[in-house]
Design a binder for this molecule. Structure first.
Ligand SMILES: [Zn+2]
Length: 161
């Protein structure tokens, strides 16, 4: 049955957590925030670890978002190079760009897999992803071998499970 915690309910619970994390004795924390020592002690042992874990998870999610953004930027560059190389008839550079784009997609797929508990970064249904996918597949239509290879690689990216 749920037990109310006067520390968790405290308007300054974040400040209390910070004080406890920096190693302040729970007795002095209790005095400072006008709480009972037993409540602070219980909060420190039972609730604080979960709060810290949550904070760390939030940080990791933020870092993953940043990484995702960087890979997307790389992908935009690779596709830009691919387009220019194709227009210039520079197939060697085009193939290098395709190779790069494919690596980016694999990375995006992995990141999407790690973040798939968060619906807002579901790559398989995001308009950006579908657009990217269409652009890549479309750009490769005149290069059957590369087209086949990339479509095959894309197949692994979109599948869930
Ligand atoms: Zn608590």
């Amino acid at each position: 049955m749920p037990r109310r915690c006067t520390v968790c309910d405290h308007p300054e619970s974040h400040g209390i957590d910070e004080a406890l994390v920096t190693g302040a004795p729970y007795r002095s924390v209790a005095r400072r925030f006008e709480l009972s020592e037993s409540a602070v002690y219980r909060h420190k042992t039972e609730h604080l670890p979960a709060h810290l874990l949550k904070a760390r998870e939030d940080e990791e999610v933020a870092q993953a978002d940043h990484l995702l953004e960087q890979v997307r930027n790389l992908q935009a560059h690779a596709l830009n190079i691919l387009e220019r190389a194709e227009k210039a008839g520079d197939l060697r550079t085009a193939l290098a760009a395709i190779y790069q784009a494919r690596g980016n997609l694999e990375l995006l797929g992995k990141l999407a897999g790690e973040l798939d508990e968060r619906p807002q970064v579901n790559l398989t249904v995001s308009p950006q992803w579908l657009e990217l996918r269409a652009v890549i597949v479309g750009a490769l239509e005149s290069h059957p071998a590369a087209h086949t290879a990339v479509v095959k690689a894309l197949g692994g990216v979109g599948s869930s499970g």
